[in-house]
Each structure stands twice: as C-alpha cells, then as structure tokens.
Design a binder for this molecule. Structure first.
Ligand SMILES: [Zn+2]
Length: 220
C-alpha cells in the first residue's frame, strides 16, 4: 500500500520534472550556442590611422591563429636588437614561419624608431610574446636606438598613444593593466623600464593622461 502510494506520487511528479529537464537542456544548448558564437573582444575594431597592417602568415611559430578570447592587459616589450626598424622586426617574426630556428615569437604591434607602427597579428588572435599571458593580453614590441633600451622621444610618444587607445578600446586601467614583460616572467624586458622603475611609473601616468585626452576629444 505504502509502496503503491509512493509509486503513484512519483508518477504524478514526473511530467513537471521532465519539463524542467527539457527546459534545462534547452538552456544549456542556448548557452552553448551563445558561447561558441560570442564575439571576441578584438572583433570589428578599427585601428588608428597611424597603424599599418602587415599581418604575418598563419604559421605555428609566430601566428598560430588561436582566438584571443579575453583582453585583460597590454604587455610592453623591447625588441632587444638596437637600431632595428619596425619592419625588420615584423619580417623577422614572419621568417620564423619557416621553422629553421624553432623559435616561437611575435607581437600584435611593433612600434618603430620614428614612431611608425606595424600590426603583425589581428586583435582577435593570440601573439607569442608573454608566456602564460598570451591568452589574455595584447603585446607591443618597441624598437630602441641603443643597448640601454630607452625609447626615442618619437617612439615613446607613439607607445603612449597606442597603449592609451588600447586601454580605452578594451576598458583597461593604465595603472593596473599596462604591464611589462618583466611583470609576467621576470625577464629583463623592456630593459630601460625594468632598470628605471620610476620611468615605468611615468609612462603609465602618461598613458592615463592620454586616455583622458582621447575621452575628451571624443566627447567634445
Ligand atoms: Zn619581452
């Protein structure tokens, strides 16, 4: 008697329970579809006029084509090869595709000695620049005239401008989200701004001021 009542009760609960299951499955499918099709943060972003796009060929060594799912910081590097141009560094990344050196390296942007900027990798794909932060950061490699790694005034101004634009575009805080390669791996990169932490603080303040300027220009 008790068993039959239990069975009857279970039978009565079943339709609602099945409905709930169906709703949950539909919800899961919906979330799954949204997740698969969600836009990447760097999708449909128009870069500033001073950026020349010269993308690397897709290859396993410098442009793996892996989606950049999140953008949580900008990582600043120095090329470590004094006097070389943005183009030379971009071309170096491209020749890594041949695999002769077995080196994995690249960067989204390279800022040159005269402030020219080459974009090597779309903002929707990862670059090989910052180890475990490749998956959620944008990389900027910076050219420098000599071994100290200090940026020229033209280069410095452009790094500030480009970094500020990225901060504004991806809602990043210059004080927290603009970092050095050194902050990720302890590598002496960018050399001058590792050796001179006060100059690094100044650079971030300059980026913050530039973000304000971009905002006021846009709002005027
Ligand atoms: Zn670096």
């Amino acid at each position: 008697m008790a068993a039959r009542r239990r069975r009857r009760r279970r039978r009565r609960i079943n339709p609602g329970f099945l409905g709930l299951c169906a709703a949950l499955v539909l919800l899961a499918v919906g979330i799954g579809l949204w997740w698969v099709n969600r836009p990447l943060p760097g999708e449909d972003i128009a870069v500033p006029d001073y950026v020349e796009r010269d993308y690397l060929l897709i290859n396993e060594f410098s442009r793996p084509g892996t989606p950049l799912e999140e953008i949580n910081a900008v990582v600043i590097h120095y090329v470590g090869n004094p006097g070389t141009t943005a183009k030379a560094n971009r071309d170096y990344f491209n020749t890594l595709a041949l695999g002769r050196e077995g080196t994995y390296a690249s960067s989204h942007f390279v800022v040159g000695l005269e402030g020219e900027v080459i974009q090597c990798i779309p903002l929707t794909e990862v670059a090989y620049a910052s180890k475990h932060r490749n998956g959620d950061t944008v990389a900027i490699e910076v050219c420098h005239p000599d071994d100290t790694g200090e940026f020229s005034p033209e280069t410095y101004a452009r790094v500030v401008e480009l970094t500020a634009w990225l901060c504004r575009e991806f809602r990043l805080d210059p004080a927290e989200d603009v970092i050095r390669h050194y902050d990720v791996t302890g590598k002496e990169c960018p050399r001058w701004y590792v050796a001179n932490p006060e100059d690094w603080e100044t650079l971030k303040l300059d980026v913050a001021a530039e973000v304000e300027k971009l905002a006021s220009v846009e709002n005027s």
